[in-house]
Ligand binder design. Structure first.
Ligand code: SF4
Length: 287
């Protein structure tokens, strides 16, 4: 019998495992990063982490390229061609910091608020705001202002916590779940796992999104809304709930800014589109 070559069916992929959280999106799933010869070799989900319980999405797996991609910046670049030409030259950190100092010193002396400082998504946004405040400008923002911070603010108002990291819908008890405008390619593990729980319990899911893909593909009902009209739909729903007496008025009075909508002159609550005051009967919720 010929000698068969031995096949190693479970090769060691790493010589060290570091536990951390993924930041390819804001969910912060727990990950085990396998290191081989001092380099990231492989990323897997951490089964003991409460957010993802071992689940890792494609973006999370691709996190390996954040450190290993050949295109990763390794030194400051200075543009050497016209804007948009894509021509850059590597420069030293001393030169880069010297250039930044030359640009920023006159602005700081003259009027620091003339600096508008914008950064992308990264793990250091608290430091960038710290730096902007120390510089003296209130004009700073980052990626989150156009993306997850809005969702976080809505989560704090409605569920008491920003979705993803600090709060989430009641996946174990909700009977109806409405999902507005979530990007179809977002891949959030906590949302996927939560929707899986809802589907298993038979809860009803309604997706509101111009595109029926991703999460909306598994929704029981899909409202293919015209882009930019979500707010109108939500206000129409609020109107229907109010006229049907299905709004918890005590909750509104205690925990929201609804009392600020009372007209101080008339003492009446809310107004219709023609400016006529609407009075809500607290007993029935009717108008
Ligand atoms: S959902 Fe995916 S990209 Fe987002 S933190 Fe989790 S593994 Fe990373």
């Amino acid at each position: 019998m010929m000698n068969q070559p031995r096949i190693d069916t479970s090769p060691r992929v790493s010589d060290e495992i570091r536990k951390t959280t993924c930041y390819m999106c804001a969910c912060r799933c727990g990950i085990n990063v396998h290191m081989k010869d001092g380099r990231v070799a492989y990323i897997e989900g951490n089964r003991d982490h409460p957010v993802n319980k071992g689940v890792l999405c494609a973006k999370g797996s691709a996190g390996i390229m954040q450190v290993n991609a050949p295109s990763r910046l390794r030194a400051p670049l200075r543009r050497v061609g016209p804007r948009g030409s894509g021509r850059f030259q590597e420069i030293s950190w001393d030169e880069a910091l010297g250039l930044a100092k030359d640009w920023l010193t006159p602005i700081r002396k003259n009027d620091p608020s003339k600096l508008a400082f914008f950064t992308g998504r990264d793990q250091s946004q608290s430091f960038t705001s710290f730096w902007a405040q120390a510089f003296g400008t209130p004009n700073y923002a980052a990626h989150g202002g156009f993306c997850s911070v809005n969702m976080a603010a809505a989560g704090i108002y409605t569920m008491g916590g920003a979705f993803w990291e600090f709060g989430q819908p009641d996946w174990d008890r909700a009977k109806l779940f409405m999902l507005f405008g979530v990007a179809e390619d977002h891949d959030s593990n906590p949302i996927k796992m939560g929707i899986g729980k809802l589907k298993a319990r038979g809860a009803r899911i309604i997706g509101v999104n111009p595109i029926r893909s991703g999460y909306n593909a598994v929704a029981d009902e899909w409202l293919g809304i015209t882009p930019g009209t979500d707010g109108l739909l939500i206000l129409a729903l609020v109107h229907c709930l109010m006229t049907a007496g299905r709004i918890d008025l005590d909750y509104l009075a205690r925990y929201t800014d609804a009392p600020l909508l009372v007209d101080e002159q008339t003492g009446l609550f809310l107004r219709d589109q023609d400016g006529r005051a609407l009075v809500i009967d607290r007993a029935t919720g009717g108008l």
